[in-house]
Design a protein. Sequence first.
Lengths: 497, 458
Amino acid sequence: MKQMTRKATRHVNQNEGLIFEKSSPGKAAWKLPPLDVPEVDTAELLGASERKDLGNMPEVSEIEIIRHFTRLSTWNYAIDLGMYPLGSCTMKYNPRVNEVVARLEGIANGHPYQPEKISQGALRIIQTLSDCLLEITGMDAITLQPAAGAHGELTGLLMVRAYHQAKGNPRKKILIPDSAHGTNPATAAMVGYSVENLKSNERGMVEVSALEAQMNEDVAALMLTNPNTLGVFEQEIHKIAEILHAKGGLLYMDGANMNALVGKVRPGDFGVDVMHLNLHKTFSTPHGGGGPGSGPVAVKEPLEPFLPKPVVVLKGDGTLGFEYNRPQSVGRVRSFYGNFGMFVRALAYILANGPDGLRQTTEDAVLNANYIRKGLEGVYDLPYATPSMHEVVFSDKVQAKKGVKTMDIAKRLIDYGFHPYTTAFPLIVPGALMIEPTESEGKEEMDLFIEAMKSIAQEVEEDPQTVLDAPHTTRVSRLDETAAARKPVLRWRPRQG
Amino acid sequence: MRYLPKSPADRKAILEAIGAGSIDDLFAPIPAQYRLNRDLKVPRQMAESEIVDWFRQRSKESGLEYTSFLGAGAYMHYRPVIIDALISRGEFLTAYTPYQAEISQGTLQAIFEFQTMICELTGMEVANASMYDGSTAAAEAAMMAVRVTGRNSVVIAKSVHPEYREVLATYAQNQGLPVATAGYAETGRLNLREVEQAITADTACVLIQSPNFFGTVEDVAAIAEVAHKNGALLVVSIAEAVSLGIVEPPREADIVAMEAQSFGVPLGFGGPYCGVIATREKFVRQMPGRLVGQTTDRNGKRGFVLTLATREQHIRREKATSNICTNQALVALMVNIFMNVYGKVGLRELAKQNLAKTAYAAEQFGKHAEVLFARAPRFNEFAVRTTEDPYVINSRLLGHKLVGGLPLKKFYPELGNAALWCCTEMTTRSAIDTAVGLLAESEAEEPSGEHVVEEVAR
């Protein structure tokens, strides 16, 4: 490291084996209360179905479990430690009050089948969040049932299909821009549609004339991310919607990048017919190392009959309840009502912000992305000069001449105390560096990031090997992913003999 | 806004640095006619204390202080306090998917241990890092069986959770995947003759649940034989994970699709929960969802990475095994910690308490009403048929702060006035006795038919 980074210093962390390596018979972290009913003869009750042995399940004490997971936790990077500039992932602050209210007893322990009469609080949370999300998106109706963004896409496209089917023809294909997230084509395939690629123009946007040429009555919908994965707002969105609607097609919006729009513009106002949101991106619910997410789907009026069931309704007696009698519904996409715990957190976030906070949040997110762009322009290649919204995409074109790729730069960033940006995506930018700072970064943290990225660019010029061998400061160096995939070891096994 | 770390002076400095006159300049790419020039109509900005108060009020309106006999895919078990203590660590809570392995070893090793324990408990060879929930895991398992066998239809037991069956129907509807249903016998177990009749040369799998929706433990070996004889796979869904402490796992299955909510995950009005798929090593490349594998770094040190990603959507796009992109990592971590707390001995003892409470309750209910499916082994649920409408009984129980069993007529009209009751280690003998007493009140006399049937359960 040329100038030692101001962001991070090496420090000792604890070694820790697998929990199974700590296990020995007789240790325990549990204690059950005395049984207040007669003991039973398990052999008599279960016969041949009785289990005799739990194999290699661990036997450990409570302090060992605490140390085990605390030690493991220190090996993770997290938003709580610093900037997490993953493009399209919207790694923003996860407010702690969200966690507190989600654990209030009635909210945490409500059974999904308990009577509606004693579930009015939970139903009101669902209703209030739904109303807020409809206002934010400018749409007419919503389901909170999908468990994640990709699950929302599935739900949305099922509704698209049902809508066309009700008109007599489900149609054959979905148009997807070449800049799209991989879930879009995977989802289209799951709903029985073929996928047709739509090329972006030199500004990184949908080429309207190409869309016009490709649009016909076989096209069920266009799946569009807006702002797209380059962080660029589709300026001709109204024309795009018109072209689709003229031939009876629908405009699906992937709301992954909604953090650029909340309080400033509403998809329902610019022609979107169906869209999903990611509560774990825009609405601050924690990523938790890969989930749980939540992917509500909002639609315009004509698609309302097709929402998954049940939907929450206000009943004649003024109470809230579930409506199951929905003959045109696409059905159920998940048991119960979705990831309710995430609704609680998202609503707490909306209440903490209010209209002014939501708008300021969006403005800060866009301001931050443009600050990073300004700071790194000229240092890294900017393949599209189109104005950035909430994220900016550079390429490794300059550094690749020295044999250093985007992944190498990303790994070196770890040594400077940052999580890497998104690498090698979107696919239309070879060697992409996709950076989304979110609103959660202050000027100081961004200045450190810019400084780190500039320092790495300098290292690429002077000492590329340092970057190629990065990271140097982590517990483990680069891991052999090829070996992991060739001969997969997917579980621990006790040593023989 | 208290979450935003910039002063007005910072914002001004940044605007100057990027050469923008005002923040509106940055939103210029949005066509003017679509820009929102008013406040969103959402509640005003609230103080933290107000937010806590608002939700505390909702908590009071959400069944607080009621004792419940509901199970049916969502189970009330005790959650050791160290679960929340550990998952609240920001390094777990606020980390992303562990794509950058060097700074994600904590999450990765935890998932590797999770996969191992799921294998130990289910009798399978490999398990994934989790799915959305038990219902989607079952549907994805059926689609996986289609890929493995190259066959194109599914036979599902009617005793699989009705909502799981609905989800499968939703997933299957556009994949040209006919789904046939096989009923249950008088014992509550799957009717093998109906399976034999439904199975064809195009059946990819037979999908059952054990313990099934009625709490009855299926004869998995016998069902496996029928499925395998016909070249189909056996997929076993497990909705009540605690059963694995005392009920023999479905070792004869080809795929296990599990809901692990019982292992330390709050009921939370239905989610988030933790689905898992486990299977045989030979099928791993057709498995959906994330997988963590062991490998070494450049110095030969043990480490863990996400692996076999070529199955997944970000590489394969429309040819992926599934569109699934997230897992339920933090919920899987709860499950993981729970499995460690109870471990090899505790899980069995815990399951035994569930068994004992349920056996006691079934015996007591049996004195006043008909306990169905009594001839086959069960775990912690049982169906009770009364002469009185179960909604009326539940209405009476509710007055005593008790939530009675789930009336089954919505899903199984042929069972008449039957309801599905569940007891766990949390259910006290006195709650059971009170519930039995309240149920017995009407069963002793002729139903008068004058009761106002309140809609008190779905």
